[in-house]
Design a protein around this ligand. Structure first.
Ligand SMILES: [Zn+2]
Length: 286
């Protein structure tokens, strides 16, 4: 009895963490190249790599980090946070726009280093806990990132509050079951801005939607996400990948603070329309 209790206490947690993590090797190299961090607007900063967007939202009560890039990106993110004059250890809340390895790769390590609380769309909590193994499209025998346990589960419309910042989570499923976007109002010296960090609903699977027993709601989930995203109003939009919102055209490293560069409703509507056309094609609708 005693030995059994000891086994569960000591060995089980080790087994739980010792499972193989195998990050896909076909990720474009340039995605994770270093990128100079900068202030986007108000208290929102870009601290990600060249394409894998990570956002630091600062408040007097500590900071929030959205997304982490690959497992190798932890050091870069830490350096970027420090370069901007913030403390890595002031990160109190961790969020992700989707539980895929290219946004979750360093999450477990950053959670361990900072002690921050992980909050996730409730529909991505299970896949996050097994490091992507149960993902309906990218899953398999091995985890593609180190598993992360959620401290708080979020539902559509839930608020994440820290200091003077209040972020609303918008449930935007399809890409993963718990993909989501974040909306908040931020201010600078001149004015306030409504900012949407949108998870753009690109299609991950080559299979027909009707052939995915692990995700029977996929077609209607995408439909509801397109509807919601089209109805959002905002001043500035950002996304999970820099390329999705044309970061590299809107900003050059070393540029002065210029939030107006990110005011781009037209670009948003264009990207969304292209994704919806791909979705309609997939479901055989023109
Ligand atoms: Zn993804």
């Amino acid at each position: 009895m005693k030995i059994q209790a000891l086994f569960y206490l000591f060995f089980l947690p080790i087994f739980a963490f010792a499972q193989n993590v195998h990050e896909p090797g076909d990720t474009p190299k340039e995605w994770s190249e270093p990128y100079t961090p900068f202030r986007i607007v108000g208290n929102i900063y870009y601290v990600g790599t060249a394409d894998l967007a990570c956002y630091l939202i600062t408040t007097p009560k500590g900071n929030i980090l959205i997304n982490t890039g690959l497992s190798s990106s932890a050091e870069q993110i830490k350096r970027n946070v420090n370069t901007l004059g913030f403390k890595f250890n002031d990160i109190k809340i961790l969020l992700t726009t989707q539980a895929h390895y290219d946004h979750m790769g360093a999450m477990a390590e950053i959670k361990k280093l900072t002690g921050a609380k992980m909050m996730v769309d409730e529909k991505d909590a299970a896949v996050m806990k097994d490091g992507g193994r149960s993902d309906y499209a990218l899953g398999g025998k091995e985890s593609s990132y180190a598993p992360v346990f959620a401290d708080r589960l979020l539902k559509d419309g839930d608020h994440i509050r820290l200091g003077n910042t209040d972020i609303t989570m918008l449930h935007h499923p399809g890409h993963t079951k718990g993909s989501c976007s974040f909306k908040l109002t931020t201010r600078d010296e001149k004015r306030s801005y409504v900012v949407l960090i949108a998870n753009m609903p690109s299609i991950v699977t080559d299979k027909k939607f009707s052939e995915i027993p692990a995700y029977t709601e996929i077609e209607k989930d995408y439909a509801s996400t397109f509807k919601s995203l089209k109805n959002q109003s905002f001043d500035i939009w950002l996304s999970s990948h820099a390329s999705q919102f044309n970061l590299h055209d809107k900003h050059k490293p070393g540029n002065a603070y210029n939030p107006a560069a990110f005011i781009d409703r037209k670009g948003y509507d264009t990207v969304l329309a292209a994704l919806e056309a791909a979705y309609n094609k997939k479901i055989g609708k023109q």
